[in-house]
Design a binder for this molecule. Structure first.
Ligand SMILES: NC(=O)c1ccc[n+]([C@@H]2O[C@H](COP(=O)([O-])OP(=O)(O)OC[C@H]3O[C@@H](n4cnc5c(N)ncnc54)[C@H](OP(=O)(O)O)[C@@H]3O)[C@@H](O)[C@H]2O)c1
Length: 341
């Protein structure tokens, strides 16, 4: 397992993160649709992840209405101090006018709930799950900064922001002198490369680390969905993230060919492609079954050649889009590479 520095911070995180969105033993909102991994399997997954060298675990206040946080806390047990917990706020389990978002009121309330459910007195990475269009960024940043000063939170991150929102948030933090966001958590996969247009360049330019969610597009890139057979799995009930299947099955075919050549699984090659991409700090692997997690952990050992990366890049290419196809952006590509060599 490789460890990478998280953006402009001094923190090192494993290049794979364990996602805990499937943790649910109480039939909460995520059960059935995304997974209902009981405590026994959840603890086993945490054991396997730690054995493989993973040092960071991703959850959220809303995952299974708080049950995922509780189960992660139990699974880590006395190993909590040696591992990093990343959780999120913004979404809510209730419907009051002040329940959603990242107002000072919501932040101060949600952090206490997450700390209690996790059974810890600090959160390593506290992530804003979505951009709050109504709360001023100044309010959100000052409240998060207070949590860092109080020692309840070590680092702050954001998720699902557009590039301009990331840049604005970083600029406001610098102007205010508050804690800056350390990381961006975004969707990225071989069938969802949109973040390459704006979000990844913004994160790299500003020195923010990146966590990648749904790296297998909810299982679409696991190898079990092919042009000829769509087995049951989460995507049968919940087609998310959306996939352009015409191109998507070409990607699956290319993955299968490389997987066969390398005696690896389709999922491992799909994850390894992300691990080879510049600007990616850590890929969040999710699993509903123990065998899936073991399979996915194997991605850390896969080395893809330039030729294999080029094949996958080509079959999954985004359509050119303004202003990306302008010559000035081609010079930007060179700069993009130079900044991070
Ligand atoms: N910030 C956000 O907004 C956000 C959003 C989504 C997720 N996340 C984070 O990202 C993590 C990962 O997301 P994800 O669960 O969507 O990741 P994913 O890797 O795209 O999908 C995982 C699902 O694919 C199937 N699968 C995984 N590995 C497989 C394998 N080797 N063989 C066959 N099937 C396999 C399983 O579902 P089935 O068995 O049901 O097919 C599994 O639950 C989450 O746990 C969460 O921490 C964050």
């Amino acid at each position: 397992m490789k460890y990478k520095q998280l953006g402009h911070t001094g923190l090192y995180v494993s290049e794979l993160t364990l996602g805990t969105m499937t943790f649910d033993n109480e039939g909460g909102s995520y059960a059935g649709m995304i997974g209902a991994t009981g405590q026994g399997l959840a603890t086993r997954m945490v054991d396997l992840a730690i054995e493989a060298g993973i040092n960071i675990f991703d959850t959220a206040n809303v995952y299974s209405s708080g049950v995922s946080e509780e189960m992660l806390g139990v699974a880590l047990g006395d190993r909590r101090q040696d591992n990093l917990i990343a959780t999120k706020l913004y979404n809510t389990m209730s419907t009051g006018p002040n329940d959603l978002g990242t107002s000072r009121l919501a932040i101060m309330r949600e952090v206490e709930g997450s700390l209690k459910r996790l059974g810890t007195d600090y959160i390593d990475l506290y992530q804003v799950h979505n951009f709050d269009v109504t709360t001023p960024l100044e309010e959100t940043l000052r409240a998060l900064d207070d949590l860092v000063r109080q020692g309840k939170v070590r680092y702050i991150g954001l998720s699902n922001f557009a590039a301009w929102q990331i840049a604005k948030a970083d600029g406001v933090a610098r102007l205010l002198g508050t804690e800056r966001f350390a990381s961006v958590q975004s969707y990225y996969s071989l069938v969802g490369r949109e973040l390459e247009r704006e979000i990844l360049p913004a994160a790299m330019d500003l020195g923010l680390g990146t966590f990648i969610w749904s790296p297998l597009a909810g299982g679409f890139l696991s190898g079990k969905y092919t042009r000829d057979s769509e087995v049951s799995g989460r995507r049968a009930a919940f087609e998310y993230p959306p996939v352009n299947k015409d191109q998507g099955y070409d990607v699956v075919d290319a993955l299968a060919a490389i997987a066969e050549e390398k005696n690896a699984s389709v999922a491992q090659i799909a994850l390894a492609w992300l691990l080879h991409k510049p600007g990616v700090t850590s890929v969040i692997v999710g699993a509903r079954k123990e065998a899936q997690l073991i399979d996915n952990l194997g991605a850390a050992d896969i080395v893809l050649s330039d030729e294999e990366m080029a094949r996958l890049d080509e079959v999954s290419a985004l359509k050119p889009e303004y202003p990306g196809y302008l010559p000035v952006w081609r010079r930007g590509d060179t700069l993009f590479g130079q900044l991070h060599d």
